[in-house]
Write a protein that binds this ligand. Structure first.
Ligand SMILES: NC(=O)c1ccc[n+]([C@@H]2O[C@H](COP(=O)([O-])OP(=O)(O)OC[C@H]3O[C@@H](n4cnc5c(N)ncnc54)[C@H](OP(=O)(O)O)[C@@H]3O)[C@@H](O)[C@H]2O)c1
Length: 298
């Protein structure tokens, strides 16, 4: 696996693993601890960072930005990804959770992300979830304005079906760079529903979220058979941990996803990095599929 990855033909260059900051507020880090963590994973090679406006009840981006403010020169060494398009009840004006992809909201959310992250540009902005009220022309207008002003360099989507992806793409003067989707042995939906096929067709590398099922893969008793199979295969391929086998399973997909790591622990990031060079045979891949789903291929 290359140490840098072009995520689509006209897209940005990212690291092959991405640091996810959804859980930042749970880590109890002071700004100087966050700074040290960013520096450690950057030195390892993980320079791409995944955020969203809503993470940590709208607090994660600002907490990250406080760390970046301690060392502004670090910004140029990172690729910052953010998302918008969800409104949560963490803001009192939202009486219920809903999606929000109108032009004014996309522009305002991107501006707020820039302010919170202490940067003057985002490398990539994604629409977080498909919105039944999404007007593709409005999203395209917002994306085009953010692109022209230099505030956002590339755009993409998250959790979109191929049809939703194609709809938005049809209205844009530039290509969408990625679709960020859930991929793990616990959720294999996109491996067969056309989502990853579209990525392969367009030579777009998906970003994979919750690769470890948010940690449930290692904590819930019902996944014991899967854990046993991961341990067995770890022994066969010389992996140091079952987590490495999970990442190897994702990296084996021909659309070549970029896993987003959700951990706040640098040792777990180091462990994941070693998975980039692990080979997994077709039969080993299907053994993991079977152990997770509980049934064989038809
Ligand atoms: N686009 C979307 O809709 C979407 C949705 C969800 C997430 N995301 C992105 O994807 C990133 C990753 O998602 P995620 O956090 O769910 O990923 P994940 O890697 O599946 O889960 C991370 C969690 O698992 C724990 N964990 C890791 N290894 C473990 C082990 N061996 N045993 C027990 N627990 C373990 C971690 O704890 P420690 O911190 O203690 O290691 C952390 O709490 C997020 O940060 C976010 O950037 C995007």
């Amino acid at each position: 696996m290359d140490s840098r990855c072009q995520i689509s033909p006209q897209g940005p260059e990212f690291s092959p693993l991405i640091a996810g900051y959804w859980r930042l507020m749970e880590w109890g880090m002071r700004p100087q601890d966050v700074l040290a963590f960013i520096e450690q994973h950057s030195e390892l090679g993980i320079t791409t960072v995944d955020h969203a406006d809503i993470y940590g009840d709208y607090q994660c981006e600002a907490a990250f930005g406080e760390a970046l403010r301690l060392k502004p020169s670090l910004r140029e060494k990172l690729e910052l990804v953010s998302k918008c398009g969800i409104a949560t009840t963490a803001k009192p004006e939202h009486v219920l959770g809903h999606y929000l992809t109108d032009r004014a909201h996309i522009l305002a959310s991107a501006e707020q992300s820039l302010k919170n992250l202490h940067t003057d540009y985002l490398d990539l902005l994604l629409i977080h979830r498909p919105d039944p009220l999404m007007d593709a022309d409005e999203v395209a207008e917002a994306f085009t304005a953010l692109h022209s002003s230099g505030k956002v360099r590339h755009f993409g989507v998250s959790n979109f079906t191929p049809a939703q992806f194609s709809l938005l793409q049809s209205r844009l003067p530039f290509t969408l760079a990625t679709n960020q989707v859930e991929i793990s042995p616990l959720n294999q939906t996109v491996t067969l529903d056309g989502t990853l096929d579209q990525c392969q067709q367009l030579r777009i590398r998906p970003m994979a979220w919750s690769c470890l099922g948010g940690g449930r893969l290692f904590t819930e008793p019902r996944y014991q058979a899967l854990r046993d199979e991961l341990e067995a295969i770890a022994g066969e391929i010389g992996a140091q941990s079952p987590e490495q086998v999970v990442y190897a399973w994702i990296l084996r997909l021909p659309s070549r996803p970029l896993p987003i790591l959700g951990t706040g622990k640098i040792e777990r990031m180091r462990d994941a990095w070693a998975a980039l060079s692990l080979p997994l045979s077709r039969q080993q891949w299907f053994r993991i599929r079977k152990a997770a789903l509980g049934y064989d291929v038809p």
